[in-house]
Design a binder for this molecule. Structure first.
Ligand SMILES: C[S@@+](CC[C@H](N)C(=O)[O-])C[C@H]1O[C@@H](n2cnc3c(N)ncnc32)[C@H](O)[C@@H]1O
Length: 271
């Protein structure tokens, strides 16, 4: 960790998803515990850095598509992550400078960095809320969110690589249903979630054992479980696919394999 943007009281002795993901992406905002956890997970899933990059590229393609093709100019990005290149508002505002983005994360370190770095174009708006995805009522009722997003107009809800931190599938389904339920027709859900569907059984057993031992906090979902999040929505593009296959500009034979990527992505429209 190289700069002074560390909130007081932050427990740096425990690995946190935002900082571990930053480590995998080659960023500089992580501590020893995050690196140790990142290295441990990488030993069992050697392509994890590729997974992180592919997931990030999916987020950017999804935002680009929603802004450029679907005319979306409002985004609610929950599980923001530490700011890196081409964050949601940068991709959206390059297409429409008036785009508005509300970022939400539960890591105080993301909060400090996001408030400093996720700054809007003059024509658009961004804000950051320190909140937990598991509290959709608080997120939707936040006065800052209401000031920035018009919930009578379509919004893209971004839940990219964050749902797998909610262990209980039913709880995750309810959270998504609550958030999507609050958005008007013409809104979108873009999401991704870790999966073991393509992982060889022995390696999958190790991954599950690591979760049971508290060494991993990313909960895999099958294709069917991931599809539950899109219940009642119309999937666009290729549907539910490994993130590297979602409207990828890379020819099919040259993309990473589903086993390497191990994370599903999809985008759905609320009818
Ligand atoms: C793997 S990063 C993904 C960042 C970004 N969405 C992306 O895909 O590039 C996961 C982010 O979700 C946040 N997160 C994890 N659990 C959360 C929760 N229950 N509520 C809000 N944010 C959460 C972490 O702090 C981290 O910033």
């Amino acid at each position: 960790m190289s700069d002074e943007l560390v909130p007081p009281g932050l427990d740096t002795s425990k690995a946190h998803p935002a900082r571990r993901y930053n480590y995998w992406l080659g960023g500089k905002d992580h501590f020893a515990a995050d690196r140790e956890s990142g290295d441990l997970l990488e030993r069992h899933h050697p392509s994890v850095r590729l997974t992180a990059r592919e997931n990030r590229a999916f987020l950017q393609r999804a935002v680009h598509h929603l802004a450029a093709e679907a005319g979306i100019d409002q985004f609610l990005d929950i599980g923001t992550g530490l700011p890196t290149a081409d964050n949601t508002h940068e991709v959206a505002q390059r297409i429409n400078p008036r785009s508005r983005v509300v970022y939400v994360d539960n890591d105080p370190m993301v909060g400090v960095h996001a408030r400093a770095l996720l700054t809007s174009t003059p024509e658009g708006r961004t804000c950051y809320l320190q909140e937990d995805l598991r509290n959709p009522e608080e997120i939707l009722g936040d006065p800052q969110l209401k000031e920035i997003l018009d919930l009578d107009r379509p919004v893209a809800l971004m839940l990219i690589a964050v749902l797998h931190f909610i262990a209980d599938h039913q709880e995750a389904r309810e959270v998504v249903a609550h958030l999507v339920g609050a958005l008007p027709s013409g809104s979108y859900l873009a999401a991704s979630n870790f999966t073991l569907d393509y992982t060889p059984p022995e390696q999958a057993a190790v991954a599950l054992d690591m979760i049971a031992k508290g060494q991993s906090d990313a909960h895999p979902r099958t294709r069917e479980q991931f599809g539950d999040f899109f219940s009642g929505l119309e999937l666009i593009g290729p549907g539910i696919v490994p993130v590297s296959d979602w409207l990828s500009p890379v020819p099919a034979g040259q993309r990473p394999t589903a086993a390497q990527v191990a994370i599903y992505g999809a985008v759905g429209r609320k009818p």
